[in-house]
Structure formats: C-alpha cells, structure tokens
Design a protein. Structure first.
Length: 278
C-alpha cells in the first residue's frame, strides 16, 4: 500500500462524518458510498478513472472548466474562506480526509438545493449509489434480498448492511490524516547584536531631501540660542517692570535643535507659544 494511503475503519468514517456535521440520514448513505467507492481507503486514485480521488472518489476536473471552478466549487471555496487551484483542490480531496468529507457533504447539500439542475436525489452524484445502493434502498427489511450486479454480491450486501445497521455502528476515535508533507524550514527569531559604538542617546539629523540636505522648513532646525534668547527676553521683560537692569547673554551657542535636551525642547515649544516667536 502506498505510504500516503490511509485505511480507515467503518467506525472512523462514521466519526469523521459526525465531526463534519453530517445528518444521520445522509451519513448512513455516504458510509455505504465510501465502502463501495474505496473500501474506506483515502489517498488513492480510482481504478477505472485515475482522476477519481480519495475515499469519496471525487473527480476534480468535473467541477472545473480548465482552471475555473464551477458554481458548486465556488460556493464551497467561499465556505472554506480560500480559493485554490485545480491542482491544489485535487491534492486536498485526495489526501485531506476532513476537506474531502466536507466537499462530499457540500455536493449533497448543493445538489439538494438545486434539484432543477441535478435531479431530486443528491446522491446520484456517485455512480456506485445509482447502480448498487439506490435500487436496494427499498429492500431493508430482514427478509428482503438485495439486488446485485457486476459480480459485487458481497460488496453490495455489506454496503447495504451499513445503511441498515447505521445506528448500531459505534463511533470511532478522532482521526488524523496521513498526507505527503513538505518540509518547511523552521521560523527563527534572530536577535541582532547591539553595536556599542553607536550612540543611541542622540537623535539623527533627519532624513535628507533630494538635494542631500536635511529638511529646514520645520522650526526644529533652529538653534538652542533661541532658547536662551527667549528666556532672556522673558526675564528682562519682568525685570523692567521692577525697574531692574536687563541681563545679557554672552554665550555663543550654535547647537542644532536635534542636540537639545528634551527639557530644552519643551521650554522652546512653550515659549514660542507664549511669545509668538518663530
């Protein structure tokens, strides 16, 4: 058996249908379909048609026109919250048991809601149902004999027993899917070493413009001498009210705004607001 093929039990398939909220009346038929289609094996190609994939033998090209999905698949993609290519869809219905089951249930639901397009019986989507299960749905009494054909007497009888005794079949355990895996490199978080030679306490001169010059339109290019000048002006204004002489500032300060302390910048912003200075 191919490594990517997973053999399920009838109990496990019943559990999977239950996990995906299949109605009991639908699940009992789908259980019989899965048995006749694949003998509960997932990850397989069909014998008669290799385009038939997985436990439900879904044929993806039948639902696409080239790379364009039909309306049934578009609605399914909307439910899933993703749109995938034909190749990706094929891979999913072949190897992902949950995804394949969800689409099988979607087929039933969609056809059920569109009988004018598909007919009154949604399970007619599967040939095994039309040929082997449907003719026997009226023969579920203990004394009824099943209609068999194509030398599949035992298989048809077993499938119909699954329908007949569905309520007595126990649920299996929650299952996982065996799928081909692609190794994805582990995501790592790299902490960059800190360069101690870089001064992290001072601010940069700013982003250069297209002429290679720092921006000059903002008042923050002004020098700290303005701080001293504004302070001096404010102090002298108060001193004059008291008939005191002005103070003078002989410091030659030519420091860019970016080099001022945060306190100095706050003072400068505040004083500009009070005195209307640029």
């Amino acid at each position: 058996m191919d490594e990517a093929v997973t053999q399920y039990t009838v109990e496990e398939v019943k559990q999977i249908l239950y996990e995906n909220e299949a109605k009991p009346e639908d699940a009992q038929i789908l259980l019989a379909i899965a048995y006749l289609e694949s003998k509960f094996k997932h990850g397989i190609d069909g014998d008669a048609d290799p385009n038939d994939k997985g436990i439900w033998q879904i044929n993806p090209p039948q639902f696409f026109r080239g790379q364009e999905p039909d309306n049934m698949v578009k609605e399914f993609f909307k439910k899933q919250g993703e749109v995938v290519s034909l190749d990706e869809f094929t891979n999913k219905v072949k190897y992902d048991i949950q995804y394949a089951t969800q689409f099988a249930l979607h087929i039933v639901d969609y056809r059920n809601r569109n009988p004018k397009s598909y007919g009154p019986d949604p399970f007619d989507a599967w040939t095994t149902y039309k040929k082997y299960i449907k003719p026997n749905m009226s023969k579920l009494a203990p004394t009824d004999e099943y209609v068999v054909s194509d030398g599949l007497d035992a298989e048809i009888a077993q499938a119909m027993e699954y329908v007949k005794t569905y309520n007595n079949i126990p649920f299996g355990t929650t299952t996982t899917t065996t799928t081909p895996t692609t190794t994805v490199p582990a995501t790592t978080t790299t902490t960059m070493p800190q360069d101690d030679t870089i001064d992290l306490t001072s601010r940069s001169a700013g982003i250069m413009n297209i002429f290679g010059e720092p921006p000059t339109s903002d008042y923050r290019s002004k020098t700290s001498s303005q701080v001293l000048g504004l302070l001096q002006s404010a102090i002298n204004s108060e001193r004059r009210k008291k008939n005191l002489p002005d103070i003078s500032n002989n410091l030659n300060v030519d420091t860019e705004f970016a080099q001022l302390t945060d306190d100095q910048k706050t003072i400068l912003d505040t004083l500009r607001g009070f005195y209307g200075s640029d």
